[in-house]
Each structure stands twice: as structure tokens, then as C-alpha cells.
Design a protein around this ligand. Structure first.
Ligand code: AMP
Ligand code: GLY
Length: 427
């Protein structure tokens, strides 16, 4: 079959790498892709949000399945656009994508379906006074979330009540444009987070992919500004069988059943951002796609044919298709531009010193410039993924390989996975 993968990050590199190994694939196109994705398929200069252009490309190239890597085309309704075309889309309908596109919708969905999550209320400019009262009823720190998409920046966690009130006013006043016209305020949950990925076919069939933990802050010891993610580790020591049984019974099944009951078409990945509060899983957020950089670790642990699984999901027919998962560990360490997540330079030449043979380099913010030189083109530049029998060995491989990738200003976190290794040693 011919597949069109939408996106340009490290996640799309890992998806392309995995899909390109499938015997089911004739042609794999990545739109727009990056400086590394052409190893796995053909890069296409196409904006995933330009649905007319996507439709023309799909028709001209006999595309059988579209795989959206990130949420934007899904929230904009790419599933619905192709619903009657005979072209498969591995993802949710626009209504399903609202689980990520609207935090207010996601919270109400969880409340309706009895899914454990932080207590919350939503407010608009008209109800700001009630918002202040609700903040007064909570204990610090205060969690304020822009309802709509805000490029990962829409969540504020604030220690002082006065500052939280000021932030509520700013958010409702347009801090994140229309995205913060509604603000969700919720109770702060204390615990350790993990990312659970489910592939569902919208007909009650689903498979749970390897669990991963990502590292969002720029600084070691989880300090400093939030980033898109600085590394990931899979498996996650505390997401053991007992924990995952709770996740399945209390969160995954009620989510799948709730979507069905509410008539919401959903044939793709569900990403559950979970927090373990004293061993009890609660939902921090839903995303309607895979995680980045979690995908750059998770894909290494999937032994089955991802294309077959995605096709099964998109056709509403996962049936008893196997999902074989390696019991080895996979990790990824992100190499980022100096200054990221603040402003950073682009166009820095990237050189690889010798052979990288114990890791896979998943390109993210890279491109090949007019002179054929590989250069940086984003904040997150290359994700260095490795597999080994243990997390510690996989990390050692990634750090050795990371040392061979050179560009001016290169930055990385040296402590990826250290918290999990500490937890493991306490077991
Ligand atoms: P998000 O952008 O929705 O992924 O949220 C960013 C981060 O904020 C999450 O990964 C959590 O670390 C944190 N967060 C969000 N909601 C809560 C909450 N209710 N309690 C504690 N931390 C939270
Ligand atoms: N790594 C978190 C995300 O993709 O949203």
C-alpha cells in the first residue's frame, strides 16, 4: 500500500523508520518530513494543514492510508475530510480529536465516564469572579490550563493565589489567543507521570503499546522551562502489571466505551498522560497522537508490523491482530539547539564523528540546505535512540552515540532515566 505520513519531527522519523520495515508498504511519503526522513521514504513539500493540497497529492499518488503524526490536522478534521473517500486515516474524527483540542471537553468526557482525573471547573471572561472563588477553594499550587491548543505552553502551575488570579485574568484576556477564551482550573496532583499509548479501532478493539516516561523540563533534575521533551525511557518501572491492570480497568476501557457510547469515531492512537498518585493512576491529559520523544523509544520495542496494526485500526478491525512487544529496554536522548526552549540559532552544520552503530539517530529539527549540507532547523534537532537488556545499558549507548553528533551549541540532559533507575534499585 501507499502511505502518506504527516509531520516533520522526531516522532515522524521513528514512525517512518518503523513503517518502512513493513512488507505491506509500496511507497511511503512524508509531508513535509525533515533532513533524515528521506532515508525511509520520499519527502513531500506539503503542509499537513492544507487539506486541498493533501487531497490532490493523495489522488495523484494513489495513497491508501494517511497517518497524521501530530494533532493539528486531526483537530482540524482530516479524518472527516477523507471519511467517504475510501482512503484510510489512522486517527480520530474531529469530534474525537477534541479530547486533545479542548481540555474542557476532555474533562467533561472523563467526568461523564467516571474516569479518574483532577477535580476541576472551567471559566470564561463572563465567569471570572467565580474562577477567583474556585481558586480560593483550592490549595496551592494552582493549575490553570488554556482550553485549546497552545503549542504545549498552555498549562501554568503557580504557587501563589494572587499570581494565579492574575494569570487567570491574563489567560481569559487573550494570553493564548482564542485558545484561552476558556480556562480549566484544576486541583494539583502530586505523583510520578508516565505516557500510555493505546491503538484503537473504534469498534471496541484496542492494543496497549509500550509505556514510556518522558522528561519535559530543559534542566537536569526536572528544572527550568518546559520543552517538547528531552528524552524518554521505556519500560517504566512503576507501570507494573498491577498498575497497568488499574489503568486498563479504570481508564482505557471506560475511554473506549465512552467514545463508542457517545458516537465518537476514533480509529487511531490515544495517548494517556497519566500520573500515579500513591500507586493509583489518574489522567492528566489526553492526546490524540503518539508522544514525542516517547515514540522514538516506543517504536524500538514493537516487534509486530506497525502498518498492519494501523491499517487494522483505521479499518475498524484490529481483531486478534498480534502486538508483540520486546522485553528489552529502549531509551532516547534528545539533542537540542543551544538556547532552546527560548530563542536559538538555526542553520548550524551537523557532523557525525565516525560510525553510529549502537543507536538510531531520529532526525527532528534538521534539513539539508541548498549546498547539500545537513543543518539544524529547529529546537529539538536529533533524538538518539538505543536498545539494550537494561535501561542503564541503553542509556550508556545513547550517550556514547550522542557524543558523536556535533553541532555548535548542542545541548542535552545527562540525567534521562536516572529517576527510574533509582526507583528500580529501591525495589
Ligand atoms: P500538558 O501541557 O497538559 O501536558 O501539561 C503539562 C504538565 O503540567 C503535565 O505534564 C504535568 O506535569 C503538569 N500538570 C498538568 N496538570 C496537572 C495537575 N492537575 N497536577 C499536577 N501537575 C499537572
Ligand atoms: N512528550 C509529550 C507529548 O508528546 O506531548
Amino acid at each position: 500500500m501507499n502511505i502518506l505520513l504527516l509531520g516533520s519531527g522526531g516522532r515522524e522519523s521513528a514512525l517512518a523508520w518503523k513503517m518502512s520495515q513493513s512488507p505491506l508498504v509500496d511507497n511511503l511519503y512524508i509531508a513535509p518530513g525533515n533532513g533524515g526522513t528521506s532515508q525511509y521514504g520520499t519527502n513531500v513539500a506539503l503542509s499537513p494543514l492544507d487539506f486541498d493540497a493533501v487531497e490532490r497529492f493523495v489522488a495523484d499518488n494513489g495513497i491508501d492510508m494517511i497517518v497524521p503524526g501530530n494533532e493539528d490536522p486531526l483537530v482540524a478534521g482530516i479524518y472527516d475530510r477523507f471519511a467517504d473517500s475510501g482512503v484510510l486515516v489512522a486517527g480520530p474524527s474531529k469530534a474525537g480529536a477534541a479530547l486533545e483540542g479542548s481540555k474542557d471537553f476532555a474533562k467533561a468526557f472523563m467526568a461523564r465516564n467516571g474516569i479518574p482525573t483532577a477535580r476541576y471547573q472551567s471559566f470564561t471572561a463572563e465567569t471570572i469572579e467565580e474562577g477567583y472563588r474556585f481558586l480560593e477553594s483550592l490549595k496551592a499550587p494552582y493549575v490553570l490550563k488554556a482550553d485549546g491548543l497552545a503549542a504545549g505552553k498552555g498549562v501554568l502551575i503557580i504557587d501563589s493565589l494572587d499570581e494565579a488570579k492574575a494569570a487567570l485574568a491574563e489567560m481569559l484576556g487573550g494570553m493564548f489567543g482564542k485558545s484561552s477564551a476558556t480556562v480549566v482550573i484544576e486541583e494539583f496532583l502530586s505523583g510520578i507521570e508516565c505516557s500510555v499509548f493505546v491503538l484503537t479501532d473504534g469498534n471496541g478493539g484496542y492494543r496497549v503499546l509500550p509505556v514510556a516516561k518522558d522528561y519535559k523540563r530543559i534542566g537536569e533534575g526536572d528544572t527550568g522551562l518546559n520543552t517538547g521533551g528531552m528524552g524518554a525511557v521505556s519500560p517504566v518501572v512503576f507501570a507494573d502489571e498491577e498498575f497497568m491492570n488499574k489503568v486498563d480497568a479504570r481508564i482505557i476501557r471506560p475511554t473506549i466505551d465512552g467514545l463508542k457510547k457517545e458516537g465518537i469515531t476514533y480509529r487511531g492512537f490515544i495517548f494517556l498522560g497519566l500520573i500515579s498518585v500513591g500507586g493509583e493512576p489518574m489522567v492528566i491529559e489526553y492526546n490524540v497522537r503518539m508522544g514525542d520523544p516517547e515514540t522514538e523509544a516506543v517504536m524500538l520495542r514493537i516487534d509486530s508490523d506497525l502498518v498492519e496494526l494501523l491499517k487494522g485500526a483505521a479499518q475498524g478491525n484490529l481483531g486478534d491482530m498480534p502486538l508483540a512487544i520486546s522485553d528489552r529496554a529502549a531509551v532516547t536522548v534528545m539533542l537540542v539547539s543551544g538556547g532552546y526552549p527560548g530563542s536559538y540559532p538555526k542553520g548550524k552544520a551537523i557532523a557525525i564523528d565516525g560510525q553510529v552503530d549502537e543507536s538510531i539517530l531520529f532526525h527532528a529539527g534538521t534539513k539539508v540546505d541548498g549546498d547539500g549540507q545537513l543543518v539544524t532547523s529547529g529546537g529539538r534537532v536529533i533524538s538518539v535512540s538505543s536498545m539494550a537488556d537494561t535501561v542503564a545499558e541503553a542509556l550508556a549507548k545513547s550517550y556514547r552515540s550522542a557524543g558523536k553528533v556535533c553541532f555548535e551549541g548542542k545541548n542535552l540532559r545527562r540525567d534521562i532515566g536516572q529517576d527510574l533507575l533509582r526507583l528500580e534499585s529501591q525495589k
